[in-house]
Design a binder for this molecule. Sequence first.
Ligand code: URA
Length: 208
Amino acid sequence: MNHMKTYKDEDGCKVRMAMQQEMEAITKSVMTCTRCELYKTRTHAVAGEGTITSPLLFIGEAPGHHEDMQGKPFVGKAGNILDELLASIGLNRHDIYITNILKCRPPQNRNPLKSEISACSIYLEKQLECIQPKILVPLGNFATAYLFEKFGLHFTRISDVCGKLYRVTTLSGTTTIAPLYHPAVVTYDSSKKAQLLKDMEALKSALP
Ligand code: URA
């Protein structure tokens, strides 16, 4: 029995009502989460943003200052670079869903702790189940390490795996993991931009 209702979004695309409701429920739990200490210092939790029916799920590390202030992912400098990268292959934010490993900002943007990742990952796991993306794009070391461990792949470091495509089997079929350097890297090493643009081409080749 198909009990899912559908409606059309502003672009006239079909969105499954059940999926929409599920994502709203996930977002609501993120907003009031107290599973680790980061809730004490956050301004806003940042659940994620974008098109839930997209085949592309981008996963960053954690909200920074601007994201914490606005409650939206990738709205600072790294977000501008991400927009440029997307545009280089003819995409924009509306074509993807984007979230982070951690939904709350670590103080002074320090690296996520293992305990924070394990407390927070229930939300990413629910988002993965809800969206069932065809392509997963982890940005930087933390998101890539998380996905590689989840799917039993050997992770060394981001420089060894970025720009390559990894096919994994999920409950919904085959999914491609296309790791990229974190866009923020360009803010302190501008030479990485060329590499990122090249790696976007690899990602483009995996688009459905
Ligand atoms: N860096 C991230 O990893 N995520 C954001 O949302 C912003 C910057």
